[in-house]
Structure formats: C-alpha cells, structure tokens
Ligand binder design. Structure first.
Ligand SMILES: [Ca+2]
Ligand SMILES: [Ca+2]
Ligand SMILES: [Ca+2]
Length: 139
C-alpha cells in the first residue's frame, strides 16, 4: 500500500478531473472528497462504484421490453427512479431522456446498435457523469 496517499498529502484534491477515470485502480469512485487526487488512487473511504450492465434498467438480469418502459415510467409518469441511472443511459450521454428509451427499443427490436459499454457484461461507467449508480445486482 506504499503507493497510496497518506493523510495530509499535498496530492489530495489537487488533481484535474478532466480525463480522470471514474474510478481509481482499486475501483473506488473518484473524485472522493472535494476533488480528484493526483495519482492512481483516491485518498479516503469512498464506496466502490457498483458494476452494472447498461440497458438493464430495472436490474432484473436481462434487457427486454420492461427496461425502456421503466425509463418511460420514471421520466413521464412520476414512477420511482431506477436504482442505477447509469444503466438506463443507453447511449452514455450522461443525460437520461427519451432518447435512451428509444435507443433500447431500437436495439432490441429494430436492429439498432447495442448499448454503450458496459454491455453485455457488467462493468463500471467508463465516462464520469452526474447520473450515478446507487445499486445494481450483477448476475
Ligand atoms: Ca431488465
Ligand atoms: Ca442518454
Ligand atoms: Ca457515463
């Protein structure tokens, strides 16, 4: 653990978030604290980013018609938010909107492109955004 930052290190919160991966080498979310830390590891005790499968909006293990319907219900009917908003952001635009539901329908039923990574396996979001992923059960 010698390559991890110590408390009080001048590297803490002084990195540049632009281009920084969404997680450090331990899989912990970054930034952890006020800003991204310099180096490969974030200092602190931030939670590991949950792995998820993009497109499986309701987290039931596969992508089917119920997933875009869950997105539409959340966006337009006031239903509760999906547990992992990143999984619902099929085009990885960082924004959850009608486009994502259409993307899912197109992908499943009209020969459209598959969801952006991570898909079809589980993984973490390769592009940091504000959506976040509270919980996802990979199976
Ligand atoms: Ca599903
Ligand atoms: Ca989107
Ligand atoms: Ca993203």
């Amino acid at each position: 653990m010698v390559d991890h930052l110590r408390p009080g290190s001048s590297c803490i919160d002084t990195g540049i978030s632009q281009g920084a991966p969404a997680t450090d080498l331990d899989g912990h979310l970054r930034p952890c604290g006020k800003g991204v830390d310099l180096g490969a590891y974030e200092f602190g005790d931030c939670a590991a980013a949950p792995a998820f499968r993009r497109g499986d909006t309701n987290g039931d293990g596969n992508m089917d018609l119920s997933d875009p319907i869950a997105v539409l219900g959340y966006l337009f009917l006031g239903n509760s938010a999906p547990p992992c908003l990143d999984a619902a952001d099929l085009d990885d635009s960082g924004i959850l909107d009608l486009t994502d539901a259409v993307y899912s329908l197109s992908s499943q039923f009209m020969g459209g492109p598959p969801p952006e990574s991570p898909f079809p396996g589980c993984g973490v979001d390769p592009t940091p955004d504000d959506l976040g992923c509270e919980a996802f059960q990979c199976r």
